[in-house]
Design a protein around this ligand. Structure first.
Ligand code: CTP
Length: 400
């Protein structure tokens, strides 16, 4: 699948560097070639000899080795590749990339390249959640950098949480997707997915039954058509797809902020089941029973409507805005009204009444409502709905 493709693999300095060895093997197993680059710190974790033996090519480590008067080696090195992959991408490398620093070979290559860049972050959970890292991640997403992982799990440092590098097979899938030729090649599409959680107090929240399955399938289908997908997801039960930039949020207001940070996009699809209301008097501490037998009085405030906010933007509106409508009765009428009210181009309406098993299930029966009227699709798997919808989106955006 990667025959004729060259990957410039930048190995950062983290314990996950050992997984880069397996990644090289997988890339070569698919017929791809690897130009390995190691940072100084990476060579502390895995030896350049291991890396060069697996890659079948010399490891590049020093900026000045490549900067001869006659040839600007680092520029050439970064452009001869079809894709640049950074695995592991440490917090430090991400910060350098976000800031445009170029003070060693790896960062110089990343600044000099004209190719797409895919990062596989790996770091301690606190470093990952630090606002600086999250800011850098958002900046990299806006710069068009693709991201795979990190995953949650036990870490070498003994802590648990998000920060483990994606597995080599997942990174390979993301590489294949990034190199895929398709009608949406290189075009930015935004997808929201999953439920939102609206806190009542630090341990309780209001949620809904969305699994995130339809949004996840859609993001994967758009990726498979070559799109650069930003996937803004609430706490879903299905894992996000590989090969898309994942932005995790909890609340509706966080989702809106993440969506606005991810724009501009050519198309935006709002598959998330966003809570319409949040608890206005959410408690900072766990609510305790006061012995009176009285339940606490929750007050609600309306959440921002993300779909309507984006649809009605005067500047920077995506060319195609697609909303979903979860309805339990009079699906077509309600969805048609919703399309007009929210100002989106299409509404994908589905009947989520309990008997259908659609919400949280694996199948969907949708009606697409656009300016031309209603189009009923037969009941099919959520993956099939996603592929058909992705193809319809690609057709609507047309060729550039
Ligand atoms: N949506 C959104 N932000 C909200 C609520 C909904 O972006 N605060 C989006 C959903 O992602 C979906 C569409 O709006 O694409 C419709 O969601 P739905 O729950 O069906 O509609 P509601 O706005 O909740 O309308 P109603 O309560 O009348 O059914």
């Amino acid at each position: 699948m990667l025959a004729g493709k060259r990957i410039l693999l930048i190995i950062g300095g983290g314990i996950a560097a050992y997984k880069a060895a397996e990644l090289i093997r997988l890339i070569r197993g698919q017929g791809g070639a690897v130009t390995p680059v190691m940072t100084g710190a990476a060579a502390e974790f895995v030896t350049p000899l291991t890396v060069s033996s697996l890659a079948g090519e010399a490891v590049h480590r020093d900026l000045f080795d490549l900067t001869h008067e006659a040839e600007i080696g680092h520029i050439q090195l970064s452009r001869a590749a079809d894709l640049v992959v950074v695995a592991p991408a440490t917090a430090d490398l991400m910060a350098k990339m976000a800031a445009g620093l170029a003070n060693d070979l790896a960062s110089t290559l990343l600044l000099a390249t004209d190719k797409r860049v895919l990062i596989a972050p790996a770091m301690n959970v606190r470093m990952w959640h630090h606002p600086a890292t999250q800011r850098n991640l958002a900046q990299l997403g806006a710069d068009g950098v693709l991201c795979v992982g990190p995953n949650a799990g036990d870490m070498a440092c003994g802590e648990h949480g998000l920060g483990r590098m994606a597995e080599p097979a997942e990174i390979l899938a993301a590489i294949t997707a990034a190199l895929a030729d398709g009608p949406l090649k290189g075009r930015h599409v935004l997808v929201t997915s999953g439920p939102t959680h609206e806190p009542i107090d630090p341990v309780r929240y209001i949620a809904n039954r969305s699994s995130g399955a339809q949004g996840t399938a859609l993001a994967a289908a758009l990726r498979d058509l070559g799109a650069r997908v930003t996937f803004v997801t609430g706490p879903a039960t299905v894992p996000p797809p590989a090969g898309v930039t994942v932005v995790r949020v909890e609340t509706a207001r966080e989702m809106l902020a993440a969506v606005e940070a991810a724009l501009p996009a050519e198309a935006a699809v709002f598959a998330a089941a966003v809570a319409d209301w949040r608890v206005a008097n959410a408690a900072g501490q766990k609510m305790k029973k006061d012995g009176s037998g009285r339940a606490p009085a929750l007050e609600f405030a309306e959440n921002p409507d993300i779909l309507a906010t984006v649809s009605k933007r005067s500047a920077g509106r995506p060319r195609l805005v697609v909303g979903f409508a979860a309805e339990t009765h009079e699906v077509e009428r309600h969805a048609t009204e919703k399309r007009a009210r929210k100002g989106c181009d299409w509404i994908v309406a589905n009947d989520v009444s309990p008997g259908t098993g659609i919400m949280g299930g694996t199948e969907n029966a949708v009606t697409i409502i656009d300016a031309g009227g209603a189009e009923h699709w037969e009941r099919m798997g959520k993956d099939a709905v996603a592929r058909r919808l992705a193809a319809r989106i690609a057709a609507a955006l047309g060729a550039d």
